[in-house]
Design a protein around this ligand. Structure first.
Ligand SMILES: Nc1ncnc2c1ncn2[C@@H]1O[C@H](COP(=O)(O)OP(=O)(O)O)[C@@H](O)[C@H]1O
Ligand SMILES: [Mg+2]
Length: 259
């Protein structure tokens, strides 16, 4: 209500403060006009999108489109450098954070190379993820969901197969206080039978209601799990729609995804 309005029942300051805000509640995650650079190289060129709570968003595009760079920007990796733009997880300004602060806020990136720590066992890798508070899943719960890791808990993690290391990389993310999971090409370099196993794990993660952004070269596999999709090309969002729309739009897939 405007202060100048004459009204029969004047609004007291307390009542005025209780008037609900007119803007709708903001989405769970918002990337707003991100511009990010590797040195002089301008790579992420004004990317904006939203992710709703418990949603799986597929972030697609050809090789070199800027998918990894976008994920790294969101996770506040040291490079690429975010020059302008805002990143919000609920009311937390991720754009003002560095990577360890974003991780503590619950943004966990599972990078393409998985970053399994050499010389440590499976269990040591998991325990290390639980060193910094707040923590996520207990080891027991992780082993229940990943029986393969339970069997191999004492094995040096880097001696496991690629698929098992990918499971460990995802399990480590769950061991943290996870609010937004960023999966960069989780099926990359894995045999089809192993891809199906990892797909099951991603489907389980979705069932659990963990908000996820999945980047995949295997667009069809990602779209089958995702609720919505955005397509990047040359560092810009060129399409945004439901996963179903992208699956059904052959021209779009030919143009931007080469599938
Ligand atoms: N560390 C880097 N320094 C400079 N340019 C980079 C670096 N990493 C990636 N790029 C460039 O940024 C663009 C987008 O790369 P990337 O985000 O890895 O694409 P995608 O994950 O979609 O394949 C590419 O042109 C790539 O060569
Ligand atoms: Mg990439």
């Amino acid at each position: 209500m405007n202060a100048m309005t004459t009204s029969a029942e004047p609004v007291t300051p307390t009542e005025a403060a209780n008037v609900p805000a007119e803007t709708p509640a903001q989405p769970y995650f918002v990337a707003r006009d991100l511009h990010a650079y590797y040195g002089e190289s301008y790579i992420v060129q004004g990317v904006s999108f939203e992710v709703h709570e418990k949603e799986v968003l597929a972030l697609l595009g050809r090789n070199g489109a800027g998918k990894t760079s976008t994920l790294r920007t969101i996770a506040r990796a040291p490079s690429p450098e975010l020059k302008t733009g805002e990143i919000w997880l609920n009311d937390l300004p991720l754009h003002k954070m560095v990577s360890h602060q974003a991780a503590r806020a619950g943004v966990v990136l599972v990078p393409e190379d998985r970053r399994i720590i050499p010389g440590l066992t499976v269990e040591e890798n998991l325990v290390l993820s639980r060193i910094a508070e707040p923590c996520g899943w207990e080891l027991e719960r992780i082993y229940e969901h990943f029986p393969r890791l339970a069997e191999r808990r004492g094995q040096e993690a880097t001696t496991m197969s690629g698929g098992e290391q990918q499971m460990l990389a995802v399990a480590r993310a769950l061991a943290r206080d996870l609010k937004l999971l960023l999966l960069d090409e989780p099926y990359e370099g894995l045999a089809p039978v192993i891809v199906r196993e990892i797909e099951k794990i991603v489907a389980e993660i979705k069932e659990l209601g963990i908000t996820t952004i999945i980047v995949e070269q295997n667009a069809i596999a990602a779209l089958q799990l995702a609720d919505r999709a955005i397509i990047l090309d040359m560092g810009e969002v060129v399409y945004e729609g439901t996963a179903k729309e992208v699956l059904e739009n052959e021209d779009l897939r030919h143009e931007y995804l080469a599938v």
